[in-house]
Design a protein around this ligand. Structure first.
Ligand code: AP5
Length: 183
């Protein structure tokens, strides 16, 4: 099994949930751009100041900024033996900016829109994430279709994509991801 991995999928597909479990099991760092940006917002850093409004509206942060953030993260020592990317790349320019050969496998977690909206509205009640309102979740789904879904064909053409059904218990989806990565 390769150790430079990407989890792809719509908002609420379970990328973060599965990435945490898989990265622990594989002993590789979980690199979540969403978590990195939310940490920057919470810390009140200059990066956080630049991205908060964009995130709250469900739009994407600029490619240049994201590429810089991820290049910096992947240059750290712990990423030398592999990584599990979650939330990057999510546009074609971001995918092209990832150095050739920077990924061994991509797993697409598939979940339908109504399941996404249900999950994220439940999370809004529990955690209060500011981009989990119904209006913003529906905008995030549109942005996914417009800007991120083209990556499915991009990685399919490179023979790197495995598709996994994201409906079911967390353990069931984890088992499917493990099988997909082993296959
Ligand atoms: P990001 O944090 O990446 O948001 P997202 O892709 O919308 O993903 P979510 O975190 O909402 O969902 P997920 O698929 O990780 O699912 P999760 O496991 O959390 O990005 C946020 C924002 O940052 C973007 O909108 C953008 O503004 C900016 N950004 C980030 N990266 C960027 C980039 N590269 N370029 C530009 N901008 C960028 O699960 C969701 C919920 O479902 C949880 O409550 C969970 O408990 C539950 N759940 C998980 N699995 C299951 C299951 N099997 N059954 C039932 N419930 C489940």
């Amino acid at each position: 099994m390769g150790r430079r991995l990407l989890l792809l999928g719509p908002p609420g597909a379970g990328k973060g949930t599965q990435a945490k479990l898989l990265s622990t099991a594989l002993g590789i760092p979980h690199v979540s751009t969403g978590d990195m940006l939310r940490a920057a917002v919470a810390a009140g850093s200059p990066l956080g100041g630049r991205v908060k409004q964009v995130m709250d509206a469900g739009e994407l942060v600029s490619d240049d900024l994201m590429i810089e953030v991820v290049e910096d993260r992947l240059s750290q020592d712990d990423a030398g033996c592999g990584y599990l990317l979650d939330g990057f790349p999510r546009t074609l320019p971001q995918a092209e900016a990832l150095e050739n050969g920077a990924l061994d496998a991509v797993v697409l977690i598939e979940v339908d829109d109504e399941e996404v909206v249900g999950r994220l509205l439940r999370r809004a009640e529990e955690e209060g994430r500011t981009d989990d309102t119904e209006e913003v979740v529906r905008r995030r789904l549109e942005v996914y279709r417009e800007q991120t879904q083209p990556l499915v064909a991009y990685y399919q053409q490179r023979g790197m994509l495995a598709e996994v059904d994201g409906i079911g218990s967390v353990d069931d989806v984890l088992a499917r991801c493990v099988r997909a990565l082993a296959g």
